[in-house]
Design a protein around this ligand. Sequence first.
Ligand code: CU
Length: 387
Amino acid sequence: MPTTFLARLYADPSPIMITFLYPARPRSDVGFESQAFSIEEIKKFVLDGQKESLGDLREDEKPVMIPLVASFKAAFLVLFTVACILVQSGRMSNRVLRCYEPLERREWRNLTSYQQRQYTDAVKCMQCLPATTSFKAVNTRFDDFQALHINLAPEIHLVGHFLPWHRRFIATFEKALRRECGYEGALPYWDWTLDYGRNKSITTSPIFDPLTGFGGFPKGGGCVTDGPFASYNLSFGPGPVINNHCLTRSYNKTLAPYLTPAQVANTTKQPTFELFRIELEGRPFTETIKIHDAGHRIVGGEMQDDSSSPGDPVFYLHHANLDRIWWIWQKADAIRRVYEISGRSTVDPPYRNVTLDFRLKMGTLAELVPIRDVMDTSRAPLCYTYI
Ligand SMILES: [Cu+2]
């Protein structure tokens, strides 16, 4: 906005019309009245709160709401000034920020090799930046996220907020990649159904390509010896154990039949959020393995552990895919499902039911927000979509 334009608007002495909303009057609950005021008087009203300067009003006639302004010029001035005051005082929270350009999360193989490289480079950058949390034994920003997951693992799985928490968690990681490591894209996802079928295997998936992916599977399991993360030393795992070690994987082919298009269809056909989340999360919730636990176990190694699995960068792509499947389920009946939430709040009794007001702990990685704020991915603070 050119400063000269604003200066002209503020300097313009011509009077403008303002309509006020008045408190209770004898014959109606609310009254309206129009009156002409100069720009100077409006500025005084908005900036100084000196309502008296607007005219000789009796005490019971003073306006109780922000004036409804009857001209474009005045509307612009009032809105601009109020917005400035709100921003400066820090009162404009994420909840009123708009989402103008949602990030487009794509399947890994739909990224160009340049974009794939940019992503793995950004994750490697996280593995170089110093930790900012105070968890014991964290060395890097990458460790910060793994440590938070380990720390909260007993309270974020097998509960109603499992999906909202992981949605917030991976979005926080995505934000850190962009803000701290200069990554310009969105978090990619791994649609493992593309690796299912005749003559297919996740071991030959582009995700696990040693050159353009996340590195492959060592024969018989063990340390990943190729790809961009082969040299990284994890600080934790398995579980909460402080243990400086290499990234491990161990392919388990018996899980492949649980990562099929039919399994996804069986998940998204569930009629309620309660049935959907249980079908998605799987064991030990369900008797058989489901898509969440199958995606972890088929990779094995770090990914197999309930708490330290974010040690494998593939974790974020698997969980982005689970989040996408939830997003698909939500969109199938958006009016009813976008804000549908249910489930117990803790694994052990006494539980209460999770509601939209339930807050998602992110330690010092991100502010505490209620589940309500992460139900609609197309709104701030999330602001992303799936392609
Ligand atoms: Cu988890």
